[in-house]
Design a protein. Structure first.
Length: 177
């Protein structure tokens, strides 16, 4: 079940973002760089600002009455890139490791695709770390493909994110799976 995050839940969202980011990237990024990222990119002030942005929405995914992950999507000026006209960005999909393999990522992603379609966007896109093969395989099953890339900076660590998209059109992305 997906529940929209309220502004007063910013600290809870921050804890979840830090935990899932640490689980996902902790083994690959220096501790000092992670601390810098948490203090800046995932600061409470940053998250509160994002939750107040009218061009962005964030949702908790709930399993057995526990928050298991979250989804964030953006459009307009809230997107991290402005390369595509009339576009919708799926910026973050994270699930705590204890809940991996239970279909929660799929639930969140399909919800995001439905929202993009309902709202009339021409494009849906996302960024994925070039070494996150599990996530890439997931998105490829939906017909996503690489169209560009950008640097993703965590402290002094610079990684490459692939930017992926399919065109939203007559054949829905969900029908490909």
């Amino acid at each position: 079940m997906l529940v929209r995050v309220k502004k007063e839940e910013a600290s809870l969202l921050r804890e979840l973002e830090v935990a899932t980011y640490q689980e996902t990237f902790g083994p690959f990024i220096k501790e000092a760089d992670m601390a810098h990222y948490f203090d800046n990119e995932l600061s409470l002030a940053t998250i509160e600002k994002e939750l107040s942005d009218p061009d962005s929405e964030t949702y908790f995914v709930v399993k057995d009455d526990k928050i298991a992950g979250f989804l964030k999507f953006n459009w307009g000026q809230a997107q991290t890139e402005q390369e595509l006209p009339q576009a919708f960005e799926v910026q973050r999909i994270y699930v705590l490791k204890a809940y991996h393999g239970q279909g929660l990522g799929k639930e969140m992603f399909e919800f995001a695709l439905e929202e993009a379609e309902k709202r009339g966007f021409d494009w849906v896109w996302l960024g994925v770390w070039e070494k996150n093969f599990r996530a890439q395989d997931f998105y490829f099953k939906y017909g996503f493909e690489k169209f560009s890339q950008h640097d993703y900076i965590t402290g002094k660590t610079v990684d490459t994110d692939w930017l992926l998209l399919p065109k939203i059109g007559r054949a829905s992305c969900r029908e490909r799976v």
